[in-house]
Design a protein around this ligand. Sequence first.
Ligand code: GLC
Ligand code: GLC
Length: 673
Amino acid sequence: MTEQEVAARAQLTLDRLRPRLKQAWENAQASAQSGAVESTGKTDPEGRPGVCADQLWCEFERRLEEHWGPLFAILYHLYHDRYDFFYHLEQILTTAALSWFERDEALRDNDRARINNPDWFKSEQIVGGALYVDLFSENLSRLRQHVGYFKDLGLTYLHLMPLFAVRPGNNDGGYAISNYRSVNPGLGTVNDLRLLAQDLREAGIVLVLDFVFNHTADDHDWAKQAQAGNFEHREFYYLFPDRTEPDKYERTLREIFPTVRRGNFTWHDGMRHWVWTTFNSFQWDLNYSNPGVFRAMLEEMLYIANMGVDVLRLDAVAFIWKQMGTGCENLDEAHLLIRAFNRLAKIAAPGLLFKSEAIVHPDEVVKYIDQNECQISYNPTLMALLWESLATRKTDLLVQTLGHRFRLPAETAWVNYLRCHDDIGWTFDDNDAAAIGINAYNHRQFLNQFYTGQFEGSFARGVPFQENVETGDMRISGTMASLAGLEQAIDEDDEQKKELAIRRMMLLHGVTLSIGGIPLLYLGEEWGMLNDYDFVKDPAKAGDSRWIHRPKMKWEYLDELNDELNDASIRKRIYLSLRHLIHQRKSTPALAGQEMELFNTSNRSVLGYVRIHDGDRLVVLANFSETTQVIAGNKVRTAGLGRFFEDAIEKTTIGTSEPLTLAPYQICWLSRV
Ligand code: GLC
Ligand code: GLC
């Protein structure tokens, strides 16, 4: 079918659906006015019937017209031969309309502001943090009391790890969701969440929550219905009566959690069927070849958005479409599905952004990043290569990679991080490595040895995650401080090593805070928190080494900040240094946007780049070795287009007629004076 034919069908379909949609809207309006449904949709101060709601309808219709063509084309492509396509299409549009109708006026105002300022997330003011509510502050209502903490540190973006109702026992840190519309009772209620969202909004902090849409928990209502034999819900998942199909799929699949279970399928005794489970056996992959699944998840997504969420972190995006004979990762249809969700978000909750969690090959990571797909994305390659540079004291692979992989479309941004709740995988490109004479396989072996502390002279104290004895593959768990050498230094009570460890941490933060995009701290980093080996005491966690880097917040650390006598406290120093860096970032306009140019420092240990924004320039130099390094002053002069510079971090002034000396692990942010 030609594009014109699809467009004609789109138009005809919209003409047919519009009156029904309008009817559903008017019904909602009528019941809101009669008080039958609680409505927040009234915007007309004089209460003139219909006037304000008409404005709302007009806004909705304008966006529907704008996005309908591309949306229809995707859904038609994916689902046109499904017997129930038109039914779901109508439901999808009705959900979008009613979600907009029911959205809080404060959120709709935010939407309007963001439509007028689409660059809002690229500001140098955006600095992110991620945390587990229970580990940080026990629950949501206590979290509300810590908004001042985030402000003090300088955060303006807060990702709360999954907080919805979960299955009992192991729930993969919240990623096995049994109900997207209720909060885990241990953490609070939906109302607590709404109140928190409101507090954060008032404090200028963006709220980020996960959209875990690849799988549900095995005790989600859909899964329970499926177990009870309900036809509709059995079709929500991938169920197989015997091994025939699973075995065929397995020929081309990777194993994500090989220590949990071999392969990607789990036998369910009650149903006497195999279930597709990419991750843990209790996380059932949803079958998006069924439009009913797309429709149902859309309803959950818009419900979550209307709680006051600014950014949805799209969990495990790579896995959402399966096709026999492929790796079932990063398929074209996965992208189309996200694009369809994106168009619907633009129609129903237009201020909402998507963040991609694709921890895959760098060629694949970038494919999710687009204004019509995920506007922002984790930058796993930068993360891995910063650790790689620390281990090797060389920036060659980092430079080789950034040189052709950092640039993104103008309407998008990286989320640059160092550690998160997950493991570190060495997701650089083998050809990038080969281009500079590195054997990728051997190099990954080396990095695993190094970061598990087995390599001679290593400063790191990580542990293996999901070691696959067959393939020799392994990923790394550990907190930032433990990986950067602080745990070893404290164990050995070695002052020199402590100093180097702290410098390594600040070096890495100095890069993610300046290289372009949204920097994201994993809370605990601001105190240099070490590995927590006690996770093994909890049977629900013992099998998953990622819990080693999910320690509980220690609020007593804050006392050290006010302790005059304790100037030498490591934690105080880390907190204050990081806070200083964050505040410097936020007062450096050159750090807005994403434009970054590498320059050759002629010193393999020193990374050099220039940030440019609206005529502002900042030169960054970062020494990845524990020895002093020298850079020709002329390099700085030509990169920074000036002869005298001030370092925003140390507040020193340098002239370019002399060589520039960088202390061990020093990073400087140089702007012209
Ligand atoms: C994502 C999460 C990870 C989780 C997995 C399954 O990758 O970051 O923690 O185990 O999805 O939901
Ligand atoms: C794999 C997945 C990623 C997930 C991680 C959890 O790397 O690609 O999505 O976060 O496993 O360990």
